[in-house]
Write a protein that binds this ligand. Sequence first.
Ligand code: PEP
Ligand code: MN
Length: 339
Amino acid sequence: MLIVMKADATDSQVEAVLRVVEHLGFKGHPMPGAMRTAIGITGNQGAIDPSHFENLAGVAEAIRVSKPYKLISLDLRPEKTIVRVGDATIGGDELAIIAGPCAIESRAQAFAIAEAVRRSGARFFRGGAYKPRTSPYAFQGLGEEGLRILADVREAYGLKIVTEALDEVGVDLVERYGDMIQIGARNMQNFSLLKRAGKARLPILLKRGLSATLDEWLLAAEYVMAEGNYQVVLCERGIRTFAQHTRNTLDLSAIPAVRRISHLPVIVDPSHGTGRNFMVTPLARAGVAVGADGLIVEVHDQPEHALSDGAQALTLEQYDELVNEVRSIHEVIAPAAVS
Ligand code: PEP
Ligand code: MN
């Protein structure tokens, strides 16, 4: 159920509705918007009788939700969510650029790349300290030492740190050292991790699963939001198909498809989406052209020596060029995205 408040409803009227929701044993999620506040209700198994709410002061409508999702939906919040990561944003007017290596390998490597990321004007630095590798014998990341390096990068360059948590303990650690918690493609339906992310005090970057449908991906976001963390950014990172010319098939149609359903920002990962250096920039351009709110891109100062995902890493020069190109495209596309 979705309670839409009148445009002039007061805070105490919203609180009175929330008290009724709680009294019924459910959880209320108030979403203030430009025109009105709406309250999503979760925790109910069956339909709720709208008469509980219809006559309360300040209530415009109590609407039954027939779709599988409630909180990610434009019905709840018609205007786009702007996710705040400290003083940086994703989903606002500015194109968000998250760049850095696949994995943090050493202090020298992280700092060399962060310097270039900072110079490009990007606000976010990525880098895995805990890596979900296909083989248990592949480099697994530096662990907490990697997180300490990331925290030092933030200190030195003022970049916001985006890094992956592989499990619930990982969320505790990223909360301590980072600014945004990445949930990777392989963990998109790790429901206990999603619930923990929903209680985190940091925003979540939720990657699409390797073979996830749009509904499965959006319901994963719903898991996070149902726990009370509404700061979620979706990331299209390619899906598994029969194609062999790319590592994954970057599904750019997901961007307008998500837009039609959800208020959450959505970004594109052309690095994992293609797996191949020469495809990253063209697909980054395309991602911005279809209206993505940002990009997450892998960059390395020495791609040939990278300990993971070297084949898709951009050199520092290629990265610089990419940023210039996508910024020009974003300038052209931004007015259309707003309308
Ligand atoms: C990554 O960002 O390095 C990563 C492992 O991504 P994904 O979960 O999309 O494979
Ligand atoms: Mn990677």
